[in-house]
Design a protein around this ligand. Structure first.
Ligand code: MN
Length: 339
């Protein structure tokens, strides 16, 4: 068997020395022989097909871990895997294109002073058709919007207490997340050595800031397009980001309800960021009882068609019930108007 030096193999495969060392280190493409005294690496010309496939998949931007899976598949399965990967890239690119359009619009706007706004909002909570208890909560007034999805045996009390405390804290100008978490601690107390079994998600919009813990969501309908403005704190969202799952696979994943962050009453870390809240926007905050049941395209159509927030929340709950309503639902729809 004639072996090639790493230099010859790099030239023939189109992979750099550095890339070959990386792929050897990650078990993706091991040299056929490593000289024990010099450490020189040698490759078998029969490894060229795998090397070229690796180079091409990396050229597509596929993450290393996913490349390792694909090169081990039979050609038909590998073809399916590449097609699925590309569909996912296009899906994400679409979402980024929408976000880029919003950014371009914001940066190009002459008047950069934020206009004071207020909400014209409506809420709806529905137990759904399967659950025996309603554990979701919602609140909306002209300055603050909140939804919460309670978890565990004391979830109903936890979500309500969190929403109430958040709204009061916003009125007092203090940290809403800390207040909501403290309210959960009082409602569902746990000893230091015990694992918390109850808690709640929280997604809120107030004062131009979006605050978020868990897998409830905030979307904005603007210029006919709908943008997701939160990232789920869930295991499947992490897997999608790592390129291990497509959005479609995530929706059907058996562990899709596994959350990486919730309010447990133990000191909370929440994502909190400034967002554009513009007159003419229609915001939707909802729990997963809506977002896991209806797809985004369907939500956008219902949201855009409704004459006002009251009609929108009613139509969204109707759509969820028509789809079987397997979970509780909390929904807030708010139109933004100049103050
Ligand atoms: Mn839920």
């Amino acid at each position: 068997m004639e072996l090639w030096s790493i230099g010859d193999f790099a030239r023939a495969s189109g992979l750099s020395h550095k890339a070959l060392r990386l792929y050897a280190g990650s078990g993706l493409l091991e040299p056929a022989y490593v000289d024990p005294s010099s450490g020189y690496r040698f490759y078998d010309p029969a490894q060229l097909a795998t090397a070229r496939l690796v180079a091409d998949l990396r050229g597509l931007g596929m993450p290393l871990a996913q490349v390792a899976d694909v090169v081990r598949l039979a050609p038909d399965d590998a073809a399916d895997a590449v097609a699925a990967y590309w569909a996912q890239v296009e899906e994400r690119t679409g979402a980024r294109r929408d976000l880029a359009a919003v950014l371009v619009d914001r940066l190009a706007r002459k008047d950069t002073t934020m206009t004071a706004h207020r909400f014209r909002a409506a809420t709806a909570c529905d137990q759904g058709l399967v659950r025996t208890e309603q554990q979701d909560a919602a609140h909306a007034d002209d300055v603050v919007l909140v939804v919460a999805d309670g978890l565990g045996p004391l979830g109903a009390a936890a979500s309500r207490a969190a929403v109430e405390a958040f709204v009061a804290a916003v009125r007092d100008g203090v940290d809403g997340v800390a207040a909501a978490d403290a309210a959960v601690a009082r409602t569902a107390p746990v000893a230091d050595d015990e694992e918390a079994t109850s808690g709640t998600t929280l997604t809120a919009l107030a004062g131009g800031r979006l605050v978020h813990v868990g897998d409830s969501r905030a979307y904005v309908l603007r210029d006919g397009g709908m943008l997701l403005r939160t990232r789920d704190d869930s295991m499947v969202a992490d897997l999608v980001d790592a390129g291990r799952l497509t959005q479609a696979e995530a929706r059907a994943h058996p562990q899709r309800a596994l959350l990486t962050r919730v309010l447990h009453g133990r000191g909370a870390v929440a994502a909190s960021r400034a967002v554009d809240v513009l007159p003419g926007d229609r915001w939707l905050l909802c729990t997963d009882g809506l977002s896991a049941v209806l797809d985004d395209a369907q939500v956008r159509v219902v949201l855009a068609a409704a004459a006002d927030p009251e009609a929108a929340v009613a139509a969204l709950v109707d759509a969820v019930r028509s789809a079987g309503a397997p979970d509780n639902v909390a929904v807030v729809v708010a139109d933004v108007v100049e103050a």
